[in-house]
Design a protein around this ligand. Sequence first.
Ligand SMILES: Nc1ccn([C@@H]2O[C@H](COP(=O)(O)OP(=O)(O)OP(=O)(O)O)[C@@H](O)[C@H]2O)c(=O)n1
Ligand SMILES: C[C@](O)(CO)[C@H](O)COP(=O)(O)O
Length: 230
Amino acid sequence: MNYTVMMPAAGSGTRMGAGHNKLFLELEGQTILAHTLSVFERDPWCEGIILAVKESERSKIEQIIKRAQITKVKSLPEGGTERQHSVAACLAAHKTRGIVLVHDAARPFIAQHVIHKLADSAYEFGAAVAGVKVKDTMKYVKDGIIEETADRERLWVIQTPQAFRYELLEQASRNAERAGFLGTDEAMLVEHDGKEVRIVESTYDNIKMTTPEDLAYGGYLLKKRLEETV
Ligand SMILES: Nc1ccn([C@@H]2O[C@H](COP(=O)(O)OP(=O)(O)OP(=O)(O)O)[C@@H](O)[C@H]2O)c(=O)n1
Ligand SMILES: C[C@](O)(CO)[C@H](O)COP(=O)(O)O
């Protein structure tokens, strides 16, 4: 199923501590942003990319797009103070009757087979998000004392892409805005609307580049992939 990807790229990268937007950091000679955009440039199912940017970074991002020969970026709406607002700006910039994926620009290692499963699942069921099962024992802790061990069979680590029929996400986004509800992902907005969201099993290497340790692991993943394609 063809789709358009909404890509928030207007963050600050506070936890990375680079002193600037972490998406400008390089892995194997290319910015994180260029790596993520390239995944969708290569995917024949991707019809377009809507990229939310900070106004002050617009021209730098336009240069990155040009240098990486990305042709699918349709518009660059201005992002907001929270990730949710940046995604809302993308939705406002591109109205469609089709399927949209939301994908963090900070996740360059998403696999194409996962993207395709998500797009098909959203077409069939309305909403589907990528996730992996937790591997560790998980416990609830309060004031330094364990309260309870969670049932890990029911626990998943949620990633992006998150895929939706456009109208379903757009309505959830508008309702959240009206209610002053802030979610850390799009699934939360759709859940808040009382709608069902499916899980599509993803891969553990679809990490978000969040803290400095992720850069070392990201560099390793990229080298491994480049070696595999030689
Ligand atoms: N106001 C915001 C905040 C985040 N993002 C984007 O959302 C994705 C995931 O967010 P996160 O990893 O939290 O990025 P940052 O906000 O950049 O990082 P931090 O929270 O450490 O400041 C990133 O691609 C980031 O650029 C965005 O477009 N607009
Ligand atoms: C959307 C997300 O990437 C799913 O894992 C995540 O919630 C983004 O926000 P976070 O604050 O970095 O968890």
